[in-house]
Ligand binder design. Structure first.
Ligand code: ATP
Length: 359
């Protein structure tokens, strides 16, 4: 039936030892390895300049790679033109046809693919409705808002039901409310069609919300690759822990006094570099006496706060002169001198090179 047909149309993607050095010498990708199962929603996350866009463009064939191979659907496509790879790409900025209407823009790829007139009209209309572009179906790009234009671009890529869909920060210019809705829409469409998808973002909330598989990049390499829950709960490096969810990092190289005695006993002290704990895993206790029994105890001075909505992020400086943050209820009042505690299960230890030491 339709379902089976759609599932079988989804392709796997393989990236082997991919290196990209731009003219001028910038090494944007350095030996990237990825094997993606059909139908997976892969999110590429990382700071500006880490190589996310470059990786996408290399998979699409828009950039020639310096070394390595690209495989799509089991075939090597390293030397194939972008149009012969079965991939569609949605960019940050869309080049729409200025003289065509919204509906015609979305329909155009189907026309190129020689889909019969009636079928392609219907599919283009459905996509237009799905992306809430119905009311502007007959408008031309110049008459649309930035967000509407972006949705036309998304529609144009999705309407073809490509084997592999590559999306580069497609929601970056869209306001928060609509972004949430479109995110859910993209995920729903992707699930329905089982299209293998790569989605680039530097927004951690978006990454966690969308990914089946989260690939965190840094300096042209993959820093961690796994299900989003795992990457969040067991960050492999100090970099990932800080980037995803803003984990506090306490430097242990000078003093390990903050470490619970029990933990100190089980670890080789010379390898200890950092103690990580998330702001939401810390609790402020009213009196220092209440802290006895907790595994991690920090005494500090409040330096400022940020209202997040229901919660507040309190910034404080520990007695050991380290900066940290704790999340509290927005209505909670805390004294200028605070004591915060955490359970040992919520502590993350990293070695001096920033690699994870414990569960
Ligand atoms: P952002 O989130 O800012 O888009 P990114 O993770 O997508 O960043 P890339 O755009 O892939 O990063 O860039 C990776 C590195 O390669 C950067 O240092 C960038 O300056 C460099 N770079 C990108 N495109 C080119 C180019 N055409 N020529 C030379 N260097 C480039």
């Amino acid at each position: 039936g339709e379902q089976a047909e759609q599932v079988s149309s989804s392709w796997s993607v393989g990236v082997e030892a991919m290196t990209k050095v731009y003219p001028g010498g910038r090494r944007a990708l350095d030996g990237v390895e990825l094997a993606v199962k059909p139908g997976t929603f892969v999110v590429l996350l990382g700071p500006s300049g880490c190589g996310k866009t470059t990786l996408l463009r290399c998979i699409a064939g828009l950039e020639r790679i310096s070394a390595g191979r690209v495989l799509i659907g089991g075939d090597e496509v390293t030397h194939r033109e972008p149009g012969d790879r079965g991939v569609a790409m949605v960019f940050q900025n869309y080049a729409l046809y200025p003289t065509k209407t919204v509906l015609e823009n979305i329909e155009y790829p189907l026309r190129m693919a020689k889909v019969p007139r009636q079928a392609r009209r219907q599919r283009a209309r459905e996509m237009t409705e799905l992306l809430r572009l119905g009311p502007v179906m007959g408008s031309r790009p110049a008459q649309l808002s930035g967000g509407q234009r972006q949705r036309v671009g998304i529609g144009r890529a999705l309407v073809r039901e490509p084997d592999v869909l590559l999306m580069d920060e497609p929601l970056s210019n869209i306001d928060a409310e609509l972004r949430g809705e479109l995110r859910a829409e993209i995920r729903r469409l992707q699930r329905r069609s089982s299209t293998t998808t790569f989605y680039v973002t530097h927004d951690q909330a978006e990454a966690l919300a969308l990914a089946d598989r989260l690939v965190v990049m840094r300096d042209g390499r993959i820093e961690q690759d796994g299900p989003p829950e795992q990457v969040y709960q067991e960050p492999a490096t100090r970099f990932v822990a800080s980037f995803l969810g803003g984990m506090n990092m306490l430097d242990l190289t000078g003093s390990q006094a903050v470490l619970p005695a029990q933990l100190r006993a089980t670890l080789a002290e010379d390898r200890l570099g950092w103690l990580g704990v998330r702001p939401e895993d810390l609790r402020v206790v009213a009196r220092p006496e209440e802290a006895t029994g907790a595994e991690l105890v920090l005494h500090g001075t409040v330096e400022g706060n940020e209202l997040l909505g229901r919660e507040r992020l309190m910034h404080f400086r520990t007695q050991g002169d380290q900066r940290a943050r704790v999340r509290i209820h927005a209505d909670q009042t805390v004294p200028a001198q605070i004591t915060v505690v955490a359970n040992s299960a919520d502590l993350h230890l990293f070695d001096t090179a920033g690699r994870r030491l414990s569960g």
